[in-house]
Design a protein around this ligand. Structure first.
Ligand code: AMP
Length: 283
């Protein structure tokens, strides 16, 4: 793999592939890589000759400084992992490279950024859209791959790409899970053994909701099912359950009639975990 630190280096590396007629797939990450990230890389490699991975812990998407300071980081380990994948270029910029001196330009999906998880973490999706737009402009990929685990993020990025006429395709990739169902996340390493065991209540709640949704229940009943499962775990502090129309993220009332996203965030000993699933009636 070629390791690039500057915009000029990564552009030169991508141009070399482009001049050889190759297509380019991009995966953006904040490092602390796990199987979820590597699955995105494998999806990109399946569709493209050249895979670019970025590792950048984006300060503008963290509301609380403490959360940013605790974010796990081990570049040497991440690069070793990427060497065994079909990744051609790794872009590892410093903060000043992405946010140059005097920087003042932001990108915001005005509706989608300020709902659901965006209400709990003000400014988060503005930070995400801003960094992803910059990374797209720096790398210029044909397609980029994002996890469905960060469901609102995926919808925000699809909206941004559509609205700004950005010339690339966005692919959503299903959530990769641990054997017991917990969604893989870089944050999982911060869970105590007890909280790690308790955290499976999130995927249990989603399993139960998925079964229930097949019977066209009311949204209130679906909400009650999820809430009940998570609240029965004393170590979990539920932060939000959102049950919304799968693409627009608009709130739903009445009965489950079509593709419905259930988005959960819950705190375990100070570690905020999120998960989601798209459910719906049996067709
Ligand atoms: P992050 O490093 O947390 O910003 O994540 C980088 C990318 O990996 C995002 O598109 C995430 O949605 C995706 N991702 C994180 N965890 C998983 C997972 N368990 N399964 C699939 N994709 C994931």
């Amino acid at each position: 793999v070629k390791i690039c630190k500057t915009v000029a280096e990564v552009r030169a590396a991508v141009t070399a592939f482009r001049e050889a007629g190759k297509t380019v797939g991009l995966v953006t990450t904040m490092g602390a890589l796990h199987e979820g990230h590597l699955t995105l890389m494998r999806n990109a490699a399946r569709d493209h000759d050249c895979v670019v991975a970025t590792i950048f812990v984006n300060p503008t998407q963290f509301g609380q400084k403490a959360d940013l300071a605790h974010y796990p980081s081990d570049d040497a380990r991440d690069i070793e992992l990427l060497k065994s994948e079909s990744v051609d270029i790794v872009f590892l910029p410093e903060v000043e490279v992405i946010y140059p001196e005097g920087d003042e330009t932001i990108v915001e999906t005005t509706r989608m950024a300020n709902m659901l998880h965006g209400l709990v973490r003000p400014g988060h999706f503005r930070g995400v859209a801003t960094v992803v737009a910059r990374l797209f402009n720096i790398v210029g990929p044909d397609a980029a791959y994002f996890g469905e685990k960060d469901y609102q993020q995926l919808q925000v990025i699809k909206r941004m790409v559509h609205d700004l006429h950005m010339p690339l395709k966005i692919h959503g990739v299903p959530t990769v899970r641990e054997a017991d169902g917990l969604a893989m996340s870089s944050r999982n390493v911060r869970l105590s053994a007890e909280d790690r065991a308790a955290a499976i209540c999130i995927s249990k709640a989603l399993d139960a909701a998925e079964q229930l949704a097949k019977t066209r229940p009311s949204i209130m009943a679906l909400d009650g099912e999820v809430r009940g499962t998570i609240n029965s775990e004393p170590r979990a502090t539920l932060r939000a359950i959102d049950i919304v129309e799968a693409e627009s993220l608009k709130p739903l009332t009445g009965k489950v009639t079509g593709p419905t996203a259930i988005m959960i965030s819950a705190d375990f000993g100070g570690v905020l975990l999120i998960d989601q699933r798209v459910v719906g009636p049996e067709t």
